[in-house]
Design a protein around this ligand. Sequence first.
Ligand SMILES: Nc1ncnc2c1ncn2[C@@H]1O[C@H](COP(=O)(O)OP(=O)(O)OP(=O)(O)O)[C@@H](O)[C@H]1O
Length: 247
Amino acid sequence: MITVKNLHKTYPGALEPSLSGLSFSFPKGRIAGLLGPNGAGKTTTISILCGLVRADSGDAQIFDLHQDAHHREAIKKMIGIVPQQIALFPQLSALENLTYFGNLYGLKGKPLRTKIEDYLQRFGLEKNGKKEVYKFSGGMKRRTNIIAALLHDPQLLILDEPTAGVDVQSRNMILQFLREYNQQQGVSILYTSHLLEEAQSLCEEVAIIDQGRLVMQGQPLQLIQQHPECRNLEEVFLHHTGLAVRD
Ligand SMILES: Nc1ncnc2c1ncn2[C@@H]1O[C@H](COP(=O)(O)OP(=O)(O)OP(=O)(O)O)[C@@H](O)[C@H]1O
């Protein structure tokens, strides 16, 4: 289970809270989507789940471990995090970057090298391992960023808008990988997005949040069926979150 209960968070100096009593829960082993408009609180929520941001109050649990000082290190080993911003060293090659991230998790030598080569191949980057990352396209950087989170075989992969700014081919490869990774390895996946069509096709469970609160949670098809006037998840989303643009 991945659970957040009654999370509250107001960043220092902010006038408005970012999370106002957010609660949801996803079963283990699923592909789950945390969806919401700009500023809904998606990144804040996953940052709290990962232990990068501290909630003012409330509880976050990963596989029944509370995110607190006592469990932070254990949780860190169990999760792989793919941040929204590309977190790679531009002047280093993909191989050097991935070796660095593998080393951070205590991986080294031939096993690490083999793993990196397998993933470079899997993500269509095998010819570019020695190229500096600043020479990569947006899609290549995004794929390398994902590999960096996989090397230590996490049980839960958390991705913050992993398909933002990539072309159709890269997006297709990333989504296909996530489906296979979930099915073949049984890894739980939590992904944030505001691309509702993509979430509808990828996710088994979604939680829609807005202004730091849960709007609704369930399986995409069930949510659509509960709204006879809506043809797809995007229409359900707009029905509940409204048409006003967000800051
Ligand atoms: N470090 C910060 N300091 C102050 N306010 C912040 C900080 N990070 C986020 N916020 C604010 O908290 C709210 C939620 O932001 P958050 O990034 O969690 O939303 P999001 O749903 O991920 O948005 P987006 O889809 O735009 O990435 C927003 O109003 C944002 O401006």
